[in-house]
Design a binder for this molecule. Structure first.
Ligand code: ATP
Ligand code: MG
Length: 430
């Protein structure tokens, strides 16, 4: 579990400014698509995840933080966001109030994983769920939303991998074929997959173990076994992606980690080596059966989740910075001016400027050192002379001529001063 800190204080994780940038972009892009934010508790009844994610998954089988509370209930820190969102949707009878619901969430998830780059025990996901539409357009809308978010934050080289898992009509026959094939390679599979063969054979396709991946390469292809309606749905997804100009790769090995997926599944995979084996930045799919299985209405749904830790690491790797330096550093020239400078700083902040002031006092030299460190655009030194004349100098920290200002018009002067071309600042504002 990590601490997220401002500036360059934490070396492993991206600075908090990068996280905030991604979060702002998310809210902006998702609201354009009509998605409303939901915030659910970080704890849920353990049974919710057992019934939705599935007992046989790594998440529920090995990775959940589960404990008994003082009332003797078994609770778990949420390992993912779909089950809580669906629980809330059912609990608030949302389907009776609106036929189509679009939600997103941003927040921490918890899984007891082995820690490596891009894989943590408290990590953060951005996710979205669309409930009420069974159409391919809904799948594509979600993928489009991810693509637009990735574009908005400036991440390139992330490819969309697309698959269909079929449904009750065609998956059983495929599964039988798959099991037949996998059984003939039983000895080559990892221990987990030998067990999965009995409990949930599709998941073998998803195994990260290189031995299993080698076996899976030659496994029967689900896309060749789809029934007509599933095939039509998949073709429609591809047609609509093409129409939007969204590029994708068809990859029959994308099965996703959770039970209850039907038809469309997808993953966004980064080409970047920074993440090593953790190169999947997100994924999602259709889960038309989940709501009913959880005792809710028979409502089709589709969603995705993106890993914020991995998105921010990729941004950090790309060298982009998102810090927002102060507009102005107000320095005190002599002790008699300390109150006036303190009051001036307060007034300028009220007017909307980002102002730094060294509350420790100290020599002008030490204050200027601090001003340098904060990377403020301007400094203003307030002393007896400035107080008496009502005028001061705005000194651009990047060099250049000082600007003479009246002490009553500092905010206007800072705002109208030409911005030094700073690519980093542009990225933060863009
Ligand atoms: P992986 O195959 O990498 O274990 P997953 O299938 O377990 O991923 P999902 O449950 O689909 O992951 O979660 C969606 C995204 O959340 C992942 O693509 C990843 O970016 C992020 N994520 C999942 N687990 C972690 C973790 N332990 N630490 C950081 N990010 C994670
Ligand atoms: Mg995992």
């Amino acid at each position: 579990m990590n601490d997220l800190l401002p500036g360059e204080l934490s070396s492993d994780m991206a600075p908090i400014e990068t996280w905030q940038f991604v979060e702002r972009a998310t809210r902006e892009v998702f609201s354009r698509f009509g998605y409303g934010e939901v915030r659910t508790p970080v704890l849920e009844d353990t049974g919710l995840f057992v019934r939705s994610v599935g007992e046989e998954t790594d998440i529920v089988g090995k990775e959940m933080y589960t404990f008994e509370d003082k009332g003797g209930r078994s609770l778990s820190l949420r390992p993912e966001g779909t089950a809580p969102a669906v629980r809330a949707y059912i609990e608030h009878s949302v389907s009776n109030q609106e036929p189509l619901t679009r939600w997103y969430y941003v927040g921490p998830m918890f899984r007891y994983e082995r820690m490596k780059t891009g894989r943590y025990r408290q990590f953060y996901q951005i996710g979205a769920e669309a409930l009420g539409s069974k159409e391919a357009a809904q799948d594509v809308e979600l993928m489009d939303m991810v693509v637009q978010l990735l574009e908005r934050i400036g991440l390139k080289d992330i490819s969309l991998n697309l698959n269909s898992l079929g449904d009750d009509a065609c998956r059983p026959a495929y599964q039988q074929k798959l099991v037949g094939y996998l059984k003939s390679h039983r000895e080559e599979l990892c221990e987990d997959c030998q067990r999965r063969l009995e409990t949930n054979p599709l998941r073998v396709l998803d195994c990260k173990n290189p031995k299993c991946q080698a076996v899976v390469q030659a496994a029967p292809n689900i896309l060749q076994e789809l029934c007509e309606p599933c095939k039509a749905h998949f073709d429609e997804v591809k047609r609509k992606l093409d129409a939007l100009g969204i590029r994708y790769v068809v990859n029959p090995q994308i099965v996703r980690g959770l039970d209850y997926y039907t038809r469309t599944t997808f993953e966004f995979i980064a080409a970047h080596p920074a993440l090593g084996t953790a190169s999947t930045v997100g994924g999602g799919g259709r889960y038309d059966k989940l709501l009913k299985a959880l005792g809710g209405p028979d409502v089709p749904a589709v969603g995705f989740a993106l890993g914020m830790d991995r998105l921010t690491l990729l941004l950090k790797e790309s060298g982009q910075k998102f810090s927002d330096p102060p507009d102005l550093f107000v320095a005190v020239a002599d002790e008699g001016s300390a109150d006036a400078a303190f009051t001036l700083a307060s007034k300028l902040r009220k007017e909307g400027l980002r102002v730094e002031f060294d509350t420790r006092g100290g020599s002008l030299k030490s204050q200027m050192k601090r001003a340098d460190k904060t990377k403020a655009r301007f400094t203003l030194v307030l002393g007896q002379a400035e107080r008496e004349s009502g005028k001061a100098q705005l000194k651009p920290m990047a060099g250049g001529d000082p600007i003479a200002v009246s002490l009553t018009e500092v905010t206007q002067a800072v705002r109208s001063a030409p911005q030094a071309p700073a690519p980093q600042a542009t990225a933060a504002q863009g």
